[in-house]
Write a protein that binds this ligand. Sequence first.
Ligand code: PLP
Length: 390
Amino acid sequence: MTKKNTKKLDQQYIAHTYSRYPVEIIDGKGAELVGSDGRRYIDLGAGIGVNIFGQKDKKWVKAVTEQLDCFQHTSNLYYSAPDARLAELICKKTGLKRVFFCNSGAEANECAIKAARAYAAQRRGRDCYTIVTLKDSFHGRTLTTLAATGQDMFHKDFTPLTPGFEYAEPDNLKDVERICREKKVAGILIECVQGEGGVRALSKDFVQGVAKLCKEKDIVFMTDEVQCGNGRTGRLYAYENYGVLPDVVTTAKGLGGGLPIGATFLGERVKDVFTPGMNGSTFGGNPVVCAGAISILNRLNDKLLSEVARKGEYVRSRLEGQPGIEHVTGLGLMIGVKTRKNENEVVAEMMKHGVLALTAHGGMVRLLPPLTITNRQLKKAMDVLLKAAA
Ligand SMILES: *Cc1c(COP(=O)(O)O)cnc(C)c1O
């Protein structure tokens, strides 16, 4: 099918919730994508942090297709090995105790919010339900995760949202403490590295302060690792950079390597908060998706993670102080670049020269390349970015 046809069909039949770039992807391998016009692109977006091993990763394809050849879905009425094995792997690698599987980041956060409210209701009474999140956060598109998202622009036209959410200033522990005095707080949910909201790594003092406050006040401490998790920051989960262990961790995007998955990890304090019937998902823990995720998670070892950190350092060293670059933010291969020029102009210019990048709020060019991007690809992409930004 020609590009013109796809664009026409899309515009006529797909709901107009996306403004797309003028590119149709028809193929890819690793960190390279091929457009319908035959052009090759270096991919610094990875499907928004999803394809952490790039396109057509051999081991992942094998794991997925082997499971497809076996059985593709059973429902959660029966036992099956892939989700049980994936949950074991997650718990062994993180120290959290149980996992609820679903299909997206928003759903994983819904489950976290439910866990915090249930924990508080069971121990401190049903009037203890407030969830504290941060300004500039992003937690999803359902009405409850929109309520959790501390950016007004996403709320417009959808009110009333789920009540019981309060927003604190990021990196301002006093503001979090104030809310905890004024309201009965069940849980605090933060992204250690804010993604959509501007690629901002929170300070160590703040994250550790929140963890301590939660412990003292029996508040459920939750980190949203949908974007910053699964090796992206050079650690398996971003909270590890901060020397804390959350009560609840949510993730999605990269975990599935390209198939939809969401997961909520429950720590010691909350591991038994759910009983049968309190949450569920038809597709959650799908065996094909989980088989792929096992293959991904098994390869996120120390060697690969140190490569991620090294590549992140390389990007920073190439960009910092160069003409047109104001500053570089983020951790590992989750990188924000504040350019003097408008970020959309820079991304459009990069596209013309064969490199696909993302943007984030606050005027940032956002880079989330596959973790396995080659040094050569990264070098070439930085040359293009610098030229576009200068
Ligand atoms: C993308 C994202 C979400 C939402 O994930 P979906 O899979 O789109 O529902 C939630 N939190 C963070 C931090 C994200 O980056």
